[in-house]
Design a protein around this ligand. Structure first.
Ligand code: HEM
Length: 401
Protein backbone atom coordinates (compact mmCIF):
# COMPACT_ATOMS: atom_id res chain seq x y z
CA UNK A 1 0.00 0.00 0.00
CA UNK A 2 1.62 3.24 -1.13
CA UNK A 3 -0.25 5.42 1.33
CA UNK A 4 1.98 6.98 3.96
CA UNK A 5 1.13 9.10 6.94
CA UNK A 6 2.50 12.56 7.05
CA UNK A 7 1.66 15.54 9.15
CA UNK A 8 1.51 18.34 6.68
CA UNK A 9 2.38 21.94 7.24
CA UNK A 10 0.77 22.71 3.95
CA UNK A 11 0.23 26.39 4.49
CA UNK A 12 3.93 26.83 5.32
CA UNK A 13 5.06 25.41 1.99
CA UNK A 14 2.62 27.68 0.20
CA UNK A 15 4.05 30.76 1.85
CA UNK A 16 7.51 30.22 0.42
CA UNK A 17 8.46 30.87 -3.18
CA UNK A 18 8.30 27.13 -4.03
CA UNK A 19 4.72 26.01 -3.44
CA UNK A 20 5.25 22.78 -5.35
CA UNK A 21 7.82 21.57 -2.85
CA UNK A 22 4.81 20.32 -0.85
CA UNK A 23 3.65 17.96 -3.58
CA UNK A 24 7.14 17.20 -4.91
CA UNK A 25 8.10 15.81 -1.51
CA UNK A 26 5.48 13.08 -1.96
CA UNK A 27 6.63 12.24 -5.47
CA UNK A 28 10.29 12.09 -4.40
CA UNK A 29 9.55 9.81 -1.48
CA UNK A 30 6.78 7.60 -2.78
CA UNK A 31 6.97 7.82 -6.60
CA UNK A 32 4.33 8.94 -9.09
CA UNK A 33 1.53 6.86 -7.62
CA UNK A 34 -0.98 9.69 -8.19
CA UNK A 35 -2.50 9.11 -4.74
CA UNK A 36 -0.98 9.97 -1.36
CA UNK A 37 -2.07 9.76 2.25
CA UNK A 38 -1.84 12.84 4.51
CA UNK A 39 -3.29 14.41 7.61
CA UNK A 40 -4.79 17.64 6.44
CA UNK A 41 -6.80 20.17 8.45
CA UNK A 42 -6.97 17.53 11.17
CA UNK A 43 -8.56 14.90 8.90
CA UNK A 44 -7.13 11.68 7.50
CA UNK A 45 -7.08 12.45 3.79
CA UNK A 46 -5.99 11.22 0.40
CA UNK A 47 -4.56 13.58 -2.21
CA UNK A 48 -5.11 12.63 -5.85
CA UNK A 49 -2.82 14.23 -8.41
CA UNK A 50 -3.15 12.62 -11.86
CA UNK A 51 -5.79 13.13 -14.59
CA UNK A 52 -7.07 9.59 -14.06
CA UNK A 53 -7.36 9.71 -10.27
CA UNK A 54 -8.77 13.27 -10.27
CA UNK A 55 -11.39 12.41 -12.89
CA UNK A 56 -12.32 9.26 -11.02
CA UNK A 57 -13.01 11.18 -7.80
CA UNK A 58 -14.84 14.08 -9.48
CA UNK A 59 -17.20 11.86 -11.43
CA UNK A 60 -18.03 9.27 -8.76
CA UNK A 61 -21.06 10.76 -6.97
CA UNK A 62 -21.82 7.46 -5.23
CA UNK A 63 -18.35 7.24 -3.80
CA UNK A 64 -17.71 10.91 -2.96
CA UNK A 65 -19.60 13.96 -1.73
CA UNK A 66 -18.36 17.52 -1.13
CA UNK A 67 -15.93 17.34 1.76
CA UNK A 68 -14.75 20.85 2.58
CA UNK A 69 -13.30 21.26 6.08
CA UNK A 70 -15.94 22.24 8.62
CA UNK A 71 -14.31 25.65 9.05
CA UNK A 72 -14.93 26.37 5.33
CA UNK A 73 -18.51 25.13 5.47
CA UNK A 74 -19.15 27.48 8.39
CA UNK A 75 -17.90 30.41 6.32
CA UNK A 76 -19.49 29.51 3.01
CA UNK A 77 -22.72 28.36 4.62
CA UNK A 78 -24.31 25.04 5.60
CA UNK A 79 -26.97 25.67 3.01
CA UNK A 80 -24.56 26.41 0.17
CA UNK A 81 -23.46 23.83 -2.39
CA UNK A 82 -20.62 22.70 -0.14
CA UNK A 83 -22.78 21.83 2.86
CA UNK A 84 -25.81 19.99 1.45
CA UNK A 85 -26.84 16.50 0.36
CA UNK A 86 -26.41 15.29 -3.21
CA UNK A 87 -30.16 15.52 -3.95
CA UNK A 88 -30.42 19.05 -2.56
CA UNK A 89 -27.29 20.03 -4.48
CA UNK A 90 -28.84 18.79 -7.73
CA UNK A 91 -32.05 20.74 -7.03
CA UNK A 92 -30.25 24.01 -6.26
CA UNK A 93 -28.01 23.71 -9.30
CA UNK A 94 -31.02 23.08 -11.54
CA UNK A 95 -32.78 26.14 -10.16
CA UNK A 96 -29.79 28.45 -10.37
CA UNK A 97 -28.05 27.36 -13.56
CA UNK A 98 -30.11 29.48 -15.94
CA UNK A 99 -30.06 32.74 -13.95
CA UNK A 100 -26.26 32.64 -13.91
CA UNK A 101 -25.80 31.59 -17.51
CA UNK A 102 -28.44 33.90 -18.96
CA UNK A 103 -27.86 37.57 -19.73
CA UNK A 104 -29.66 38.50 -16.52
CA UNK A 105 -26.51 37.58 -14.63
CA UNK A 106 -24.93 40.74 -16.02
CA UNK A 107 -27.44 42.93 -14.26
CA UNK A 108 -26.39 42.00 -10.73
CA UNK A 109 -26.94 45.06 -8.65
CA UNK A 110 -23.87 47.36 -8.64
CA UNK A 111 -24.93 48.31 -5.15
CA UNK A 112 -24.32 44.75 -3.94
CA UNK A 113 -21.02 44.54 -5.74
CA UNK A 114 -19.62 47.81 -4.45
CA UNK A 115 -20.73 47.53 -0.85
CA UNK A 116 -19.51 44.01 -0.46
CA UNK A 117 -16.12 44.20 -2.15
CA UNK A 118 -14.15 44.59 1.08
CA UNK A 119 -16.02 41.85 2.94
CA UNK A 120 -15.42 39.29 0.19
CA UNK A 121 -11.70 39.80 0.44
CA UNK A 122 -11.83 39.19 4.21
CA UNK A 123 -14.02 36.12 3.67
CA UNK A 124 -11.64 34.63 1.13
CA UNK A 125 -8.63 34.97 3.36
CA UNK A 126 -10.49 32.94 5.98
CA UNK A 127 -11.52 30.09 3.68
CA UNK A 128 -7.99 28.67 3.49
CA UNK A 129 -6.76 29.81 6.90
CA UNK A 130 -6.44 27.92 10.18
CA UNK A 131 -9.81 27.93 11.96
CA UNK A 132 -8.73 30.12 14.88
CA UNK A 133 -11.65 32.23 15.96
CA UNK A 134 -9.73 34.85 17.95
CA UNK A 135 -9.42 38.57 17.23
CA UNK A 136 -6.50 39.30 14.91
CA UNK A 137 -6.77 35.99 13.02
CA UNK A 138 -7.94 35.72 9.39
CA UNK A 139 -10.64 33.19 10.26
CA UNK A 140 -12.13 35.50 12.90
CA UNK A 141 -12.22 38.41 10.43
CA UNK A 142 -13.81 36.14 7.85
CA UNK A 143 -16.60 35.06 10.23
CA UNK A 144 -17.33 38.73 10.92
CA UNK A 145 -17.34 39.47 7.19
CA UNK A 146 -19.78 36.60 6.64
CA UNK A 147 -22.17 38.01 9.24
CA UNK A 148 -22.18 41.42 7.67
CA UNK A 149 -22.57 39.98 4.14
CA UNK A 150 -25.59 37.95 5.25
CA UNK A 151 -27.16 40.99 6.95
CA UNK A 152 -26.77 43.18 3.87
CA UNK A 153 -28.19 40.53 1.59
CA UNK A 154 -31.12 39.82 3.91
CA UNK A 155 -32.06 43.50 3.78
CA UNK A 156 -31.99 43.39 0.00
CA UNK A 157 -34.10 40.22 -0.09
CA UNK A 158 -36.63 41.95 2.20
CA UNK A 159 -36.67 45.03 0.00
CA UNK A 160 -37.22 42.98 -3.15
CA UNK A 161 -40.01 40.95 -1.56
CA UNK A 162 -41.73 44.20 -0.55
CA UNK A 163 -41.27 45.66 -4.01
CA UNK A 164 -42.79 42.62 -5.65
CA UNK A 165 -45.74 42.70 -3.20
CA UNK A 166 -46.36 46.31 -4.19
CA UNK A 167 -45.87 45.47 -7.88
CA UNK A 168 -43.01 48.02 -8.11
CA UNK A 169 -40.77 45.71 -10.10
CA UNK A 170 -43.24 45.49 -12.98
CA UNK A 171 -41.59 46.48 -16.23
CA UNK A 172 -38.19 46.95 -14.55
CA UNK A 173 -35.20 44.89 -15.61
CA UNK A 174 -34.89 41.72 -13.50
CA UNK A 175 -31.51 40.82 -12.07
CA UNK A 176 -30.29 37.57 -10.60
CA UNK A 177 -31.85 38.24 -7.19
CA UNK A 178 -35.30 38.68 -8.82
CA UNK A 179 -34.78 35.48 -10.80
CA UNK A 180 -33.96 33.52 -7.67
CA UNK A 181 -36.92 34.98 -5.77
CA UNK A 182 -39.35 33.84 -8.44
CA UNK A 183 -37.83 30.55 -9.61
CA UNK A 184 -39.82 27.39 -8.75
CA UNK A 185 -38.99 23.71 -9.03
CA UNK A 186 -41.30 21.18 -10.69
CA UNK A 187 -43.40 20.96 -7.50
CA UNK A 188 -43.86 24.74 -7.34
CA UNK A 189 -41.39 25.01 -4.45
CA UNK A 190 -39.60 28.34 -4.20
CA UNK A 191 -36.20 29.01 -2.67
CA UNK A 192 -36.09 30.13 0.96
CA UNK A 193 -34.40 33.40 2.00
CA UNK A 194 -31.42 31.53 3.48
CA UNK A 195 -30.93 29.55 0.29
CA UNK A 196 -31.05 32.68 -1.87
CA UNK A 197 -28.59 34.51 0.35
CA UNK A 198 -26.16 31.62 0.30
CA UNK A 199 -26.49 31.18 -3.44
CA UNK A 200 -25.99 34.83 -4.34
CA UNK A 201 -23.62 35.99 -1.72
CA UNK A 202 -21.55 33.13 -0.55
CA UNK A 203 -21.42 31.11 -3.69
CA UNK A 204 -21.99 32.90 -6.95
CA UNK A 205 -20.63 36.32 -6.05
CA UNK A 206 -17.86 34.94 -3.89
CA UNK A 207 -16.96 32.12 -6.27
CA UNK A 208 -17.13 34.42 -9.25
CA UNK A 209 -15.66 37.51 -7.65
CA UNK A 210 -11.99 36.78 -7.09
CA UNK A 211 -11.58 34.01 -9.65
CA UNK A 212 -12.29 35.95 -12.86
CA UNK A 213 -10.49 39.06 -11.58
CA UNK A 214 -7.35 37.10 -10.71
CA UNK A 215 -7.35 35.38 -14.07
CA UNK A 216 -7.65 38.73 -15.87
CA UNK A 217 -4.79 40.11 -13.80
CA UNK A 218 -2.55 37.14 -14.57
CA UNK A 219 -3.35 37.24 -18.27
CA UNK A 220 -2.26 40.89 -18.43
CA UNK A 221 0.94 40.07 -16.48
CA UNK A 222 1.81 37.14 -18.76
CA UNK A 223 1.08 39.09 -21.92
CA UNK A 224 3.15 41.98 -20.74
CA UNK A 225 6.04 39.64 -19.95
CA UNK A 226 5.82 38.11 -23.46
CA UNK A 227 5.58 40.88 -26.07
CA UNK A 228 5.39 38.34 -28.92
CA UNK A 229 2.17 36.83 -27.51
CA UNK A 230 0.82 40.26 -26.66
CA UNK A 231 1.29 41.45 -30.27
CA UNK A 232 -0.40 38.33 -31.63
CA UNK A 233 -3.36 38.68 -29.26
CA UNK A 234 -3.65 42.38 -30.06
CA UNK A 235 -3.53 41.76 -33.83
CA UNK A 236 -6.49 39.39 -33.47
CA UNK A 237 -8.52 42.01 -31.60
CA UNK A 238 -7.69 44.64 -34.23
CA UNK A 239 -8.86 42.26 -36.92
CA UNK A 240 -12.14 41.72 -35.03
CA UNK A 241 -12.75 45.48 -34.89
CA UNK A 242 -11.65 46.09 -38.47
CA UNK A 243 -14.10 43.64 -40.02
CA UNK A 244 -17.00 44.87 -37.88
CA UNK A 245 -19.93 46.25 -39.89
CA UNK A 246 -20.21 50.05 -39.36
CA UNK A 247 -23.78 49.61 -38.10
CA UNK A 248 -22.71 47.33 -35.22
CA UNK A 249 -22.26 48.92 -31.83
CA UNK A 250 -19.48 47.29 -29.81
CA UNK A 251 -18.48 43.70 -29.20
CA UNK A 252 -20.92 40.82 -29.70
CA UNK A 253 -20.94 37.11 -28.84
CA UNK A 254 -20.20 36.02 -32.40
CA UNK A 255 -16.99 38.03 -32.33
CA UNK A 256 -15.99 36.55 -28.98
CA UNK A 257 -16.39 33.07 -30.45
CA UNK A 258 -14.02 34.05 -33.26
CA UNK A 259 -11.22 34.97 -30.84
CA UNK A 260 -9.28 31.74 -31.27
CA UNK A 261 -5.95 33.04 -30.07
CA UNK A 262 -7.40 34.92 -27.12
CA UNK A 263 -9.12 31.72 -26.06
CA UNK A 264 -5.72 30.01 -25.97
CA UNK A 265 -4.33 32.90 -23.90
CA UNK A 266 -7.17 32.43 -21.42
CA UNK A 267 -6.82 28.64 -21.22
CA UNK A 268 -3.07 28.95 -20.79
CA UNK A 269 -3.54 31.48 -17.99
CA UNK A 270 -6.09 29.22 -16.27
CA UNK A 271 -3.64 26.33 -16.54
CA UNK A 272 -0.50 28.07 -15.30
CA UNK A 273 -2.28 29.79 -12.43
CA UNK A 274 -4.81 27.09 -11.44
CA UNK A 275 -6.88 29.52 -9.40
CA UNK A 276 -8.50 26.65 -7.40
CA UNK A 277 -5.43 24.64 -6.62
CA UNK A 278 -7.49 21.92 -4.99
CA UNK A 279 -11.09 20.96 -4.14
CA UNK A 280 -12.30 18.74 -1.31
CA UNK A 281 -14.43 15.61 -1.34
CA UNK A 282 -15.30 12.99 1.29
CA UNK A 283 -15.53 9.24 0.71
CA UNK A 284 -19.10 8.03 1.37
CA UNK A 285 -17.95 4.41 1.42
CA UNK A 286 -14.68 2.53 1.00
CA UNK A 287 -13.56 3.33 -2.53
CA UNK A 288 -10.82 1.57 -4.45
CA UNK A 289 -8.72 3.72 -6.79
CA UNK A 290 -5.72 2.32 -8.66
CA UNK A 291 -5.54 -0.54 -6.18
CA UNK A 292 -5.59 1.72 -3.08
CA UNK A 293 -8.56 1.82 -0.74
CA UNK A 294 -9.78 5.20 0.46
CA UNK A 295 -11.72 4.40 3.63
CA UNK A 296 -15.23 5.75 4.21
CA UNK A 297 -15.16 9.15 5.93
CA UNK A 298 -11.75 10.17 4.61
CA UNK A 299 -11.31 13.52 2.93
CA UNK A 300 -10.02 13.53 -0.62
CA UNK A 301 -8.16 16.50 -2.06
CA UNK A 302 -8.33 16.69 -5.83
CA UNK A 303 -5.06 18.48 -6.55
CA UNK A 304 -5.58 20.32 -9.84
CA UNK A 305 -2.29 22.16 -9.64
CA UNK A 306 -0.26 18.96 -10.07
CA UNK A 307 -2.24 17.96 -13.13
CA UNK A 308 -1.74 21.37 -14.78
CA UNK A 309 1.97 21.42 -14.02
CA UNK A 310 2.71 17.83 -15.05
CA UNK A 311 5.61 17.98 -17.58
CA UNK A 312 4.40 14.78 -19.23
CA UNK A 313 1.15 16.50 -20.22
CA UNK A 314 2.42 20.07 -20.59
CA UNK A 315 6.13 20.22 -21.50
CA UNK A 316 7.91 23.08 -19.66
CA UNK A 317 4.77 23.36 -17.55
CA UNK A 318 5.60 26.62 -15.77
CA UNK A 319 6.23 28.42 -19.04
CA UNK A 320 3.33 30.55 -20.29
CA UNK A 321 2.89 29.59 -23.93
CA UNK A 322 -0.56 29.95 -25.53
CA UNK A 323 0.73 28.20 -28.66
CA UNK A 324 0.92 24.90 -26.79
CA UNK A 325 -2.85 24.78 -27.38
CA UNK A 326 -2.39 24.72 -31.20
CA UNK A 327 -3.85 21.41 -32.35
CA UNK A 328 -3.85 20.14 -28.77
CA UNK A 329 -6.94 18.86 -27.01
CA UNK A 330 -6.18 17.71 -23.48
CA UNK A 331 -7.42 14.23 -22.68
CA UNK A 332 -10.11 13.81 -20.04
CA UNK A 333 -9.00 14.95 -16.60
CA UNK A 334 -5.92 16.83 -17.87
CA UNK A 335 -7.41 20.32 -17.87
CA UNK A 336 -9.56 21.05 -14.84
CA UNK A 337 -9.56 24.81 -14.13
CA UNK A 338 -13.30 24.63 -13.48
CA UNK A 339 -13.34 21.22 -11.81
CA UNK A 340 -15.51 18.44 -13.23
CA UNK A 341 -18.43 16.10 -12.64
CA UNK A 342 -21.60 17.25 -10.92
CA UNK A 343 -19.82 20.19 -9.19
CA UNK A 344 -18.30 21.54 -12.40
CA UNK A 345 -18.18 25.32 -12.06
CA UNK A 346 -21.56 26.62 -13.29
CA UNK A 347 -19.94 30.02 -13.94
CA UNK A 348 -17.34 28.68 -16.40
CA UNK A 349 -18.87 30.16 -19.56
CA UNK A 350 -19.62 33.44 -17.83
CA UNK A 351 -16.07 33.62 -16.46
CA UNK A 352 -14.49 33.07 -19.86
CA UNK A 353 -16.83 35.65 -21.37
CA UNK A 354 -15.95 38.25 -18.74
CA UNK A 355 -12.24 37.60 -19.18
CA UNK A 356 -12.47 37.80 -22.99
CA UNK A 357 -14.39 41.10 -22.85
CA UNK A 358 -11.88 42.58 -20.43
CA UNK A 359 -8.88 41.44 -22.49
CA UNK A 360 -10.46 42.73 -25.71
CA UNK A 361 -10.61 46.27 -24.30
CA UNK A 362 -7.32 45.95 -22.50
CA UNK A 363 -5.37 44.80 -25.56
CA UNK A 364 -6.81 47.48 -27.80
CA UNK A 365 -6.46 50.37 -25.43
CA UNK A 366 -4.15 49.90 -22.49
CA UNK A 367 -0.74 48.83 -21.28
CA UNK A 368 0.27 48.07 -17.71
CA UNK A 369 3.59 48.97 -16.22
CA UNK A 370 4.16 47.07 -12.99
CA UNK A 371 5.74 49.08 -10.21
CA UNK A 372 7.44 46.00 -8.68
CA UNK A 373 7.83 43.52 -11.51
CA UNK A 374 10.17 41.31 -9.46
CA UNK A 375 7.84 41.26 -6.46
CA UNK A 376 7.51 37.86 -4.73
CA UNK A 377 4.35 35.82 -5.18
CA UNK A 378 1.96 34.51 -2.55
CA UNK A 379 -0.07 31.35 -3.11
CA UNK A 380 -2.83 31.39 -0.49
CA UNK A 381 -5.70 31.90 -0.68
CA UNK A 382 -4.80 32.31 -4.38
CA UNK A 383 -1.67 32.97 -6.43
CA UNK A 384 -0.92 36.66 -6.74
CA UNK A 385 2.01 39.08 -6.51
CA UNK A 386 2.51 40.18 -2.91
CA UNK A 387 1.96 43.83 -3.89
CA UNK A 388 -1.41 42.90 -5.46
CA UNK A 389 0.10 43.72 -8.85
CA UNK A 390 0.57 47.40 -8.22
CA UNK A 391 0.85 48.94 -11.67
CA UNK A 392 0.56 52.09 -13.69
CA UNK A 393 -2.11 51.85 -16.36
CA UNK A 394 -1.47 53.73 -19.61
CA UNK A 395 -3.56 54.31 -22.71
CA UNK A 396 -1.73 52.59 -25.52
CA UNK A 397 -0.61 54.75 -28.45
CA UNK A 398 -2.94 52.95 -30.91
CA UNK A 399 -5.89 53.17 -28.50
CA UNK A 400 -9.24 52.68 -30.26
CA UNK A 401 -11.44 54.09 -27.50
C1 HEM B 1 -11.81 31.98 -13.73
C2 HEM B 1 -12.91 31.89 -13.04
C3 HEM B 1 -13.36 30.70 -12.24
C4 HEM B 1 -12.68 29.59 -11.83
C5 HEM B 1 -11.21 29.24 -12.10
C6 HEM B 1 -13.62 28.76 -11.10
C7 HEM B 1 -13.31 27.52 -10.56
C8 HEM B 1 -14.23 26.69 -9.96
C9 HEM B 1 -13.97 25.33 -9.55
C10 HEM B 1 -12.64 24.59 -9.71
C11 HEM B 1 -15.11 24.82 -9.01
C12 HEM B 1 -15.36 23.39 -8.53
C13 HEM B 1 -15.45 23.26 -7.05
C14 HEM B 1 -15.62 21.80 -6.64
O1 HEM B 1 -15.53 20.88 -7.45
O2 HEM B 1 -15.83 21.57 -5.43
C15 HEM B 1 -16.09 25.89 -9.02
C16 HEM B 1 -17.36 25.79 -8.51
C17 HEM B 1 -18.25 26.83 -8.50
N1 HEM B 1 -18.14 28.03 -9.16
FE1 HEM B 1 -16.55 28.68 -10.20
N2 HEM B 1 -14.84 29.39 -11.06
C18 HEM B 1 -14.74 30.57 -11.75
C19 HEM B 1 -15.74 31.49 -11.96
C20 HEM B 1 -17.00 31.40 -11.45
C21 HEM B 1 -18.06 32.36 -11.70
C22 HEM B 1 -17.93 33.62 -12.59
C23 HEM B 1 -19.14 31.94 -10.97
C24 HEM B 1 -20.52 32.52 -10.85
C25 HEM B 1 -20.96 33.57 -11.41
C26 HEM B 1 -18.77 30.72 -10.30
C27 HEM B 1 -19.60 30.00 -9.46
C28 HEM B 1 -19.29 28.76 -8.94
C29 HEM B 1 -20.18 27.99 -8.07
C30 HEM B 1 -21.54 28.40 -7.58
C31 HEM B 1 -19.54 26.79 -7.79
C32 HEM B 1 -20.05 25.62 -6.92
C33 HEM B 1 -20.67 24.59 -7.82
C34 HEM B 1 -21.12 23.33 -7.11
O3 HEM B 1 -20.62 23.01 -6.03
O4 HEM B 1 -22.01 22.66 -7.66
N3 HEM B 1 -17.48 30.42 -10.61
N4 HEM B 1 -15.54 27.00 -9.64
Amino acid sequence: MAFHWQYVVFSRSFQIPHPDSFMNSFITRFGRTGIYKVLMFGNPSAIVTTPETCKRVLTDDDGFKPGWPISTVELIGMKSFVGISHGEHKRLRRLTASPVNGHEAFSESPRIMETLEREYTALNYGVRAMAINLPGFAYHRALKARKSLVAILQSIVDERRNQSKLGEKLGKKKDMMDQLLSVEDENGKKLKDGEIINIILLMYLNAGHESSGHTMMWATIFLQEHPEFLEKAKAEQEWIVKKRPPTQKGLNLKEIREMEYLNKVIDETLRVITFSLTVFREAQKDVNINGYTIPKGWKVLVWFRSVHLDPEIYPNPKEFNPSRWDNFTPKAGSFLPFGGGSSLCPGNDLAKLEIAIFLHHFLLNYRVERLNPKCLLMYLPHSRPKDNCLARLRKSSSSSM
